[in-house]
Design a protein around this ligand. Structure first.
Ligand SMILES: [Zn+2]
Length: 283
């Protein structure tokens, strides 16, 4: 199963480029979290390297990403006041899902994470000295105290709970009206994924689970999560939604599911996958 933000097979990551970007390079150009895309006759694409000249400014940062299908890939960040040239638009990444080529979309997620990490690690977190690129690996180092900082990834778990012919779905107050999803939460230091699952589910809904099975994982570049999805069985407890975190949680029958998350998310793939499995087991 290909997840939207998973690097395509023809991608080879690297830190140091052998040459400067040229007409054959793929340019992922960001302004904060917005990606510069070109309106082409029938679809959206990345801007040509030459068109970057029209931005008429030096980038705040430029990172080499590696190659995709043999083409060198670069990520750039420009200041927020820079206007998009005619025919080009600044667009949020989520809105580009399904509109930008799949492998470009996947790499754009990775580029966004590297740009964000580079921007937020310009100074040493221990002594405040300006940091510098480490050269041979994706890291920044402090020339004064030798602290090395790598791109951060925050693991989070997601859990879809089964009980007979029903699944437990919940909604956060942040969700779109009427939408429900699987439960999720960030892993705490010192916790295993299994412990995190049990704690999050109990805290958010008062439900106890057993028999957790791995489903799939998905990088999520907003700003740097790795979502690890599981399916588990109901083991006891009554639904008691956590105030502030969970607006509502319910057991839903397979033929009466509420509005679900967008297909870009692993939540939707998890729900669709488990529902299909439950349907075929009972048919
Ligand atoms: Zn330092």
């Amino acid at each position: 199963m290909t997840m939207p933000f998973t690097a395509p097979e023809s991608y080879v990551g690297a830190v140091s480029a052998g040459a400067e970007p040229d007409a054959g390079s793929l340019c992922f150009v960001f302004q904060q979290t917005l990606l510069l895309v070109a309106e082409q006759p029938r679809e959206l694409g990345l801007p040509q390297h030459e068109t970057l000249v029209e931005l008429n400014a030096a980038p705040l940062r430029r990172l080499y990403l590696g190659t995709l299908g043999g083409r060198a890939c670069y990520a750039f960040e420009y200041a927020t006041e820079i206007q998009a040239p005619p025919g080009l638009l600044w667009q949020g990444l989520r809105g580009l899902y399904g509109r930008l080529d799949e492998s470009l979309f996947a790499l754009a997620g990775r580029a966004l994470q590297f740009i964000d990490w580079d921007r937020t690690h310009q100074f040493c977190g221990r002594c405040g000295t300006p940091t510098r690129h480490r050269g041979h690996e994706r890291a920044r180092e402090c020339p004064a105290c030798a602290l090395i900082v790598y791109p951060r990834i925050a693991p989070a778990v997601m859990c879809l709970i089964r009980r007979g012919r029903e699944i437990l779905l919940a909604r956060s107050p942040r969700f779109a009206p009427g939408m429900y999803s699987a439960l999720a939460g960030f892993v705490e230091p010192g916790e295993s994924l299994e412990q995190c699952l049990a704690r999050e589910v109990l805290e958010e809904t008062g439900i106890r689970i057993s028999n957790a099975r791995y489903f799939a994982s998905q990088p999520w570049p907003f700003p740097h999560s790795l979502m690890i999805a599981f399916v588990a069985d109901y083991a006891g407890g009554e639904i008691t939604p956590a105030p502030d975190e969970i607006e509502d949680a319910q057991w839903f029958a397979l033929d009466a599911l509420p509005r679900l998350p967008n297909r870009i998310s692993i939540a939707r793939r998890l729900i669709d996958g488990v529902v299909a499995e439950m349907r075929s087991a009972h048919s």
